[in-house]
Design a protein around this ligand. Structure first.
Ligand SMILES: C[S@@+](CC[C@H](N)C(=O)[O-])C[C@H]1O[C@@H](n2cnc3c(N)ncnc32)[C@H](O)[C@@H]1O
Length: 286
């Protein structure tokens, strides 16, 4: 059995996190992860993840991607997760280790503060839905790239949520999407970050990505409005703080979303882009 090393770093970003840290939000993340599992598996395979690899998932949250990674790296591999929310990630890793191979370790910390990790370099450095929450994503990309071993890869998956809409223009879905987008913007989040990742690779000095694939899904009203109700709940403190809606309006919106769950319609979800690049072997001499 491997010993799980828990390295503690400062956790300064925790309080500013726009989605909050409630049980309901954690469950929303795991339901969302199920939706993106096929696209994520495809991206991991395309980036070359395989048996025996050592991999780092930055902003691992409830560790749903780490579970997939463990399948590909097998018992001889290592799967490290890093998150500023050490409580969530350590609990998730504990659960994963009980039900599968003991290949997991947590590096608790804020990626904007952690400049070195003793476990680097990795065969794959990965981050999904992390850069959306980062003020200087190019600086973080530069750091993640440093932690990729020559011949290894950096794979970034993130959202462009500007494309989300209901297929039949359901007013309450449209209203909710506008409110969520406005809230993210007011909190300084870049809601098109997924589309900007390839340019950010260039800005970070990583170079032109080897590939950038865009995935989306259309889902029926019931799961879509469920996700929107949970998202509204997570964003509620920020919506109120920025006076984008009051308690009464939020209660009404939640009620109308429940009613719309039975609609015979679909929602187009955000674009999830998967951008990756392999580090040249020649970098070994640098
Ligand atoms: C939207 S969740 C995504 C979780 C997971 N990657 C997924 O795709 O399901 C973003 C995660 O990034 C973490 N996070 C945000 N800012 C961070 C930072 N500066 N350093 C490390 N983790 C951070 C949050 O705590 C949260 O768990």
């Amino acid at each position: 059995m491997h010993m799980r090393a828990v390295v503690e770093h400062r956790v300064s970003a925790q309080d500013a996190y726009v989605l909050g840290r409630t049980q309901r939000e954690y469950e929303r993340l795991t339901r969302q992860a199920q939706i993106w599992e096929p696209a994520t598996r495809q991206a991991l395979l395309q980036a070359g993840l395989s048996q025996g690899h050592s991999v780092l998932d930055v902003g691992c949250g409830p560790c749903d991607v780490m579970r997939l990674m463990a399948e590909y790296v097998g018992p001889a591999g290592r799967v490290f997760g890093m998150d500023v929310d050490a409580v969530l990630a350590s609990h998730a890793i504990e659960q994963l280790s009980q039900s599968g191979p003991d290949v997991y370790s947590l590096i608790a910390g804020d990626i904007t503060d952690v400049t070195q990790v003793s476990q680097a370099p990795f065969d794959l450095v990965f981050a999904r839905l992390l850069l959306f929450h980062i003020d200087d994503p190019a600086a973080v990309l530069r750091r993640l790239w440093e932690w990729v071993r020559p011949g290894g890869a950096l794979l970034i998956m993130d959202y462009d949520i500007t494309v989300t809409r209901s297929a039949a223009q359901i007013p309450v879905i449209e209203r909710t999407l506008r409110l969520c987008n406005d809230t993210f913007r007011r909190c300084g989040r870049d809601i098109e970050i997924g589309t900007r990742i390839p340019s950010l690779f260039l800005e970070a000095g990583i170079g032109t990505p080897d590939a950038c694939n865009v995935s989306s899904v259309m889902l029926p009203a019931a799961p879509s409005t469920h996700m929107l109700r949970d998202l509204l709940d997570s964003l509620r403190p920020q919506i109120l703080r920025h006076r984008l809606a009051d308690e009464r309006a939020l209660t009404r919106l939640e009620f109308d979303l429940r009613a719309a769950a039975g609609c015979d319609s679909f929602m187009r979800w955000p674009d999830l882009t998967a951008t990756w690049k392999r580090k040249p072997e020649a970098d070994a001499v640098n």
